[in-house]
Design a protein around this ligand. Structure first.
Ligand code: NAD
Length: 423
């Protein structure tokens, strides 16, 4: 099938590459010329396990990349996978979605065949019908008989994106007519996941409700963890016992420094905003974010209890990515911690296996090291912010610290004497 994917970021790039792995003829449309260059050369601009190998396998064969939208005029399906970042009031910024829809519509003018426009970005319910559809119809001058519309949310996890995309738990296809929904079903032929067919707004809401529920599980576990710590109870033992209940499930119950990333904080905020616009007061969702915002700074309280003021002290932050196996730092809990440490006058030094270049853009003046040992040498305290598997092996490097005071926000270390955020 001839597919265009608009947006070559985390979701668009992974989707496009995986669609070519499924045998389709794919063109990625990306406005950032640096990303276009990198993809064309077979070098993914982001890190994801297995992505570089698949890109090299398909680049310039059945995967092409372009800054322009010409390929839309001969495509059978166009996926829109551009960003939907938070606005200052927490609502979703839909300007990229609208701009992409207009560009798609203009190029559909020259497409002689039936084509389906599918929203893959996470968008508030109603966006496909109220923004995408009219923008495409007006710009193309065509009717809804000639263009189909659908919504196909993406559930991949960064750090495991290729694996998730090719082995999803479910595929949700929201469409208002069976013709467009069936065509999306054909794109995923070869995958074994169950396909859920819904209306467009339900598909949009399934994505928000899923992310809000996962975020709630994390904040719930963190709150239980905070209580357990005061009582001297091991929250990991507790959550193991809780998670074995099949009604609850074992995942997303790891207490720690809270969730970051490009999805959970922004999607919960957008859902809160949507609820408020509709006269609701989403008490639970607001609390989920409140717990999450307070959680990382509890690590600094623990550090100060142990070493006194952090002013003038050398504090090593291990882990900058919002989770392991990615270089993405969007809404990483490390950002909040570094910001507060700097405000308090600490000398922050940092290490991460992949995310240093991105963090340098936010904090150009802190010192970065290419090894754990470099960051720990002479430090008066250490905060562990990301669950990188390699951190579980850190041991003798801690001997290099001036004072061995270690607080972990993710349960990864095996060293004796380490204090956990909620254990
Ligand atoms: N990152 C995730 O883990 C994840 C998972 C599921 C869903 N989502 C959702 O998918 C969407 C995309 O997220 P992302 O993380 O891939 O964002 P991203 O910022 O990494 O990528 C978006 C890309 O779109 C490009 N772009 C913007 N406007 C464009 C246009 N008019 N034409 C062509 N390209 C354009 C940008 O240059 C950028 O490369 C968001 O709605 C997000 O909530 C993300």
């Amino acid at each position: 099938m001839k597919i265009v994917v608009v947006g070559g970021g985390y979701v668009g790039l992974v989707s496009g590459i995986c669609f070519s792995e499924l045998g389709h003829d794919v063109t990625l449309v990306e406005i950032d010329p640096a990303k276009v260059r990198a993809i064309r050369e077979g070098k993914p601009p982001i890190y994801e396990a297995g992505l570089a190998e698949l890109l090299q396998k398909h680049a310039n064969k059945n995967l092409h990349v372009s800054q322009g939208y010409e390929s839309v005029s001969s495509s059978e399906i166009v996926f829109i996978a551009v960003g939907t970042p938070s606005q200052p009031d927490g609502s979703a910024n839909l300007s990229y979605i609208e701009a992409a829809s207009i560009s798609v519509g203009k190029s559909l003018k020259n497409n002689p065949s039936y084509c389906v426009v599918v929203v893959k970005s996470t968008v508030p319910p109603g966006t496909t019908d109220k923004i995408v559809k009219p923008a495409v119809i007006i710009a193309s001058g065509k009717t809804e008989k000639e263009i189909g519309f659908a919504m196909n949310p993406e559930f991949l996890r960064e750090g495991r994106a290729v694996e998730d995309f090719l082995h999803p738990d479910r595929i949700v296809i929201g469409s208002s007519d069976s013709r467009s929904g069936n065509r999306i079903g054909q794109v995923y032929q070869g995958l074994t996941a169950p396909i859920i067919r819904t209306g467009i707004t339900s598909a949009e809401m399934i994505k928000y409700a899923s992310n809000a529920f996962l975020a709630t599980k994390i904040s719930f576990s963190n709150e239980i963890g905070n209580i357990c710590k005061n009582l001297g109870i091991d929250v990991y033992e507790v959550m193991k016992g809780v998670g074995l209940d099949t009604r609850i499930g074992p995942l997303f119950l790891n207490a720690g420094a809270g969730f970051g990333g490009s999805c959970f904080p922004k999607d919960v905020s957008a859902l809160i905003s949507l609820a408020k616009e509709n006269g609701e007061n989403p008490i639970l969702l607001r609390s989920v974010l409140e717990v999450n915002d307070q959680q990382p700074c509890r690590m600094i309280r623990i550090l100060e209890r142990k070493i006194g003021t952090v002013k003038g002290k050398r504090i090593a932050v291990l882990g900058l990515a919002f989770k392991d196996n990615t270089d993405d730092i969007r809404d990483s809990r490390a950002i909040l911690v570094i910001r507060e440490l700097l405000q308090k006058g600490a000398r922050v030094v940092a290490y991460d296996p992949l995310a240093i270049p991105h963090m340098r853009e936010i904090f150009p003046d802190i010192e970065y090291f290419g090894s754990v040992a470099g960051a720990l040498r002479g430090a008066n305290g250490c905060l562990v912010m990301t669950e990188w598997p390699e951190f579980s092996k850190i041991d003798k490097e801690f001997d290099l610290m001036a004072e061995e005071v270690i607080v972990e926000g993710r349960r990864v270390l095996s060293r004796k004497g380490v204090e956990g955020i909620c254990w």
